[in-house]
Design a protein around this ligand. Structure first.
Ligand SMILES: *Cc1c(COP(=O)(O)O)cnc(C)c1O
Length: 855
């Protein structure tokens, strides 16, 4: 991807160059608005925005000291400490840094030629965006707004992430609060397609009427290249406005008499699913779909997405398959062990009605016994009046078995008190023990008020859904209720995983199959969750090292074909039962396998994969054994279900051995030609691992075997360093802080010393039993605390280690320390102790809790 030069910005943004950067060829790579999120300073341009209570110009000295060198500031600003304090910086003055930010994003948008969806409406924007991205992710590489970045500032940041060389589709949401704002967002997003969700009737301060608000929102769709608006024709206000503007549309209805492109008719509804028949008027297609939820906002949001998929002519069976998986990754919901044997569902990022319904669904699916509690903030963005809104909220509770509600916020306090005073549906008996019949309610005006009286012992043996809009800061409640005994977590980002999968897919010729290696607990990331995502993303094959790993996947419901690389011969009967396909790498194994045909069975014999040794010298038939192997195949060709032939490269990632690699490829071609002739038919052939996929495109054959690349590590060092996203973050917490006098020693064998001056050290809750390598001890390793490096002091112990935090005075017990992930890339850490990223990933012990997130 090409980036503009900083020196080109004055022309693009109608600005004035106050000072050229010391590096005249500085490129604009990242847009930075927040001094706490610098990340990579190289190529970061800081836009000094001014808000009501905030002035970005105040942060220039801090940013400069963190290495940021490119700044856009407002005209006539007096710089703190004068220009000379920023001697290496490039500084441009503009009339409005916000307008400049928006213009730059709009210019960037023009480089992208693919389709771009713009989503607006009063409710459901974020949900529709997330769901659409999920549903289309098997077909497209999507750039979408992170979370609900839909404002004057969020939209330019989102659109800046579009990479014309990588993405095939953009999905951005736009939210406005006053007249004039949408025009600016439209100029940045420049949508080619759009979705209008719904219009709320609530009175909005920024508009004189609902009509005016609607008219403003529809401005998003007035650009010259706009092709199609997806909307629901059942809201008369919306239909009239859309029709009178003459926008090109694809509309749907749920009413029998309304004319529309697509008609949905309810077939059946149950507690947690809804099935509807869809009739596509133009093509005559009818099909029935089942949505995995029953609440009205979710159905509405789901139908918007369904309309897009039907219009794209995705096969109905395929649509259904994707719909069925919709909710598990629809929200950022984390499951955590709580104190006092409780279990927390942590969803503390946004809180609209649809999101609440989904989270309650997730709560309903928990099978743990005991009481269910909901800690809920004010529900935002609903478009309903308080009374109607909380009536809906209360209506959702019984199905999830909620028997205690803690409401936090002014509005929820008022409404829930009113309801319990009227004795509607609820009673206010605190500590009621009758599940489902009565629900106990407590309310607090603010999160602080709740925390002030919180006693974690009030929450015992229960499942607690903690659901709050971001501004309520519910992460503090989670921290108070979460079990503290072992603060180490491996966070696995499922979005990053999908992203990496798409990246490798794009390297393949159409039709090349993809096998994904999920051996060793999916490189430490968690086999079941990764396999389940791969099934959704339509990988063709999975591979594991041992039969047990395959059995665990089958028992968890994974149905993709699974190859087992090293099955013990006596496991063949088990393989048959679990539909697992062994690699056959020796004559002994082949004989054992053939012997299973003598055992009568209802089930077909498992397919096999022939492993050929072309130079790895690990497992497989040698070229010298080829004549014998060919003869054996000829003998049994009638009933040998050979699914594939494969070999493994010894040095796919090392250019110095490319000649050897080419010899391996030539040997593979020779051997497979002979074997296929012996079998009398051709089979799938595959050779390449992650590094090989990128380095030997001529040798993709019929299938490739993706491994570490999926987990975000480029073993070949050939791809653009931003092409892959890191998948795993290993984090732990500080258990205690100590001050060491000069000369004191730390830990076993007294190998750490506080040297000449007093040091502050932190004891971390991670040790070699968690997979944190002992070789990181004594300064070899570093963790990040508050974003700053803290070196290891002394030896790594079994369950703990110590780091020096003298330079991080704000570090406190309970703070998080990052062990690897963003800012601490695996290959670099591995290099420090003479190993490879593979080992660091697979060493993370199973006792470390995995948390799966999706944004
Ligand atoms: C592990 C493995 C792979 C994947 O290797 P990566 O380097 O992780 O991509 C491919 N093929 C075989 C036979 C393997 O054992």
């Amino acid at each position: 991807m090409s980036f503009p030069l900083f020196l080109d910005l004055p022309g693009l943004l109608a600005g004035r160059l106050l000072q050229a950067p010391a590096n005249a060829t500085s490129e604009v790579r990242h847009l930075l608005l927040d001094s706490r999120r610098v990340g990579l300073p190289v190529g970061a341009v800081f836009f000094a925005l001014r808000g009501l209570s905030h002035d970005g110009h105040r942060y220039l000295p801090a940013l400069y000291s963190q290495g940021v060198r490119l700044f856009i500031i407002e005209e006539n600003t007096t710089l703190l400490n004068g220009l000379s304090a920023y001697s290496e910086a490039g500084i441009i003055e503009v009339a409005s840094p916000l307008a400049a930010l928006q213009t730059l994003a709009a210019v960037h948008r023009e480089e992208f030629n693919g389709p771009v969806f713009g989503i607006t409406g009063s409710n459901g924007k974020t949900t529709v965006k997330e769901w659409l991205a999920q549903l289309l992710s098997p077909d497209e590489d999507i750039c979408r707004s992170p979370r609900s970045y839909n404002s004057q500032v969020g939209v330019p940041l989102s659109v800046w992430e579009l990479n014309p060389e990588r993405h095939t589709l953009g999905i951005f949401e736009a939210g406005i609060s006053e007249v004039g704002e949408m025009e600016r967002l439209a100029a940045i997003i420049q949508p080619t397609e759009g979705i209008f969700t719904t219009i709320g009737t609530a009175h909005d301060a920024g508009f004189t009427s609902a009509e005016q608000k609607l008219r403003e929102k529809l401005r998003l769709f007035e650009g010259a290249h706009f092709q199609r608006l997806f909307y629901c024709a059942d809201q008369p206000l919306v239909r009239t406005a859309v029709v009178s503007l003459g926008l090109p549309t694809f509309c749907w209805t749920r009413q029998p008499t309304q004319s529309a492109d697509l008609r949905f008719t309810l077939v059946a509804a149950s507690g947690d699913s809804t099935s509807l028949q869809a009739e596509y008027v133009a093509t005559g297609l009818t099909a029935t779909f089942s949505l995995p939820f029953a609440d009205e906002p979710s159905i509405e949001n789901g139908l918007h997405c369904l309309a897009v998929l039907l219009h794209r002519q995705v096969e109905p069976a395929e649509i259904q398959r994707r719909l069925a998986r919709l909710h598990p990754v629809a929200m950022r919901l984390e499951m955590k062990l709580g104190r006092h044997d409780s279990y927390l569902l942590d969803d503390t990022y946004n809180n609209d009605l649809a999101g609440l319904a989904l989270a309650l669904n997730a709560l309903a699916r928990q099978s743990r016994p005991g009481r269910r509690t909901l800690i809920l903030s004010d529900v935002l963005e609903s478009g309903l009046t308080g009374e109607a809104l909380y009536a809906r909220v209360v209506g959702l509770l019984p199905a999830a078995g909620v028997s205690r509600v803690v409401g936090i916020g002014e509005e929820i306090s008022r409404e829930l008190c009113a309801k319990s005073a009227n004795n509607e549906e609820l009673s206010i008996e605190v500590e009621s023990s009758e599940v489902n019949s009565a629900c106990s309610i407590q309310v607090f005006p603010t999160t602080e008020a709740f925390l002030a009286q919180l006693n974690p012992a009030d929450f015992v043996h229960e499942t607690i859904l903690i659901k709050g809009a971001r501004r309520f800061g519910f992460e503090r409640i989670v921290a108070a209720l979460q079990a503290q005994q072992h603060g180490t977590v491996l966070e696995v980002n499922l979005d990053a995983l999908s992203h990496n999968l798409q990246y490798y897919r794009r390297q393949l010729r159409p039709g090349t199959k993809l096998m994904v290696m999920v051996k060793a607990f999916a490189y430490g990331a968690g086999s079941y969750e990764v396999a389940s995502l791969l099934e959704f993303q339509r990988a063709d094959y999975l591979a594991v090292a041992y039969a047990d790993e395959g059995i665990a996947l089958r028992e968890a419901g994974i149905s993709l074909p699974i190859m087992v690389m090293n099955a013990a011969p006596d496991a063949f009967e088990t393989l048959r039962r679990y539909r697992l396909e062994p690699e056959i790498y020796s004559f002994e194994m082949l004989d054992e396998y053939l012997a299973t045909f003598d055992i009568p069975s209802e089930l077909p014999a498992p397919k096999i994969h022939l492993k050929l040794d072309t130079g790895m010298r690990r497992l497989g038939f040698d070229e010298a054994e080829l004549p014998t192997l060919a003869a054996r195949l000829r003998q049994h060709t009638a009933h040998l279900p050979v699914a594939s032939m494969m070999t493994h490269l010894a040095a796919a990632d090392e250019p110095g051995h490319d000649d050897f690699t080419r010899e391996q490829l030539a040997a593979f071609r020779r051997m497979t030609t002979v074997l296929e002739a012996a079998l009398g038919h051709s089979v799938l052939k595959h050779v390449l691992n992650s590094a090989g996929i990128l380095r030997f495109p001529e040798a993709h054959f019929d299938m490739v075997r993706l491994g570490i690349g999926l987990y975000g590590v480029d073993a070949s060092n050939t791809s653009d360093p931003t092409a892959l996203r890191p998948v795993s973050q290993l984090r732990t917490t500080i258990s205690q802080i100590k001050t060491l006098p000069a000369g004191a020693t730390v830990g076993y064998g007294r190998r750490g010393t506080a040297a000449a001056t007093e040091r502050r050290i932190a004891t971390l809750a991670i040790g070699y039993a968690d997979g944190y390598d002992r070789r990181f001890g004594n300064g070899a390793g570093t963790v990040l605390i508050h974003g700053q490096p803290a070196p290891l002091l002394g030896s790594v112990c079994m369950d703990m280690c110590m780091v020096d935090v003298t330079a991080i005075p704000q570090a406190r017990a309970g703070d998080v320390a990052l062990v690897f992930g963003d800012g601490l890339p695996l290959p670099e850490l591995a290099g420090r102790i003479g190993t490879i990223a593979y080992e660091l990933l697979t060493n993370v012990s199973e006792r470390v809790k995995r948390v799966f997130v999706s944004e």
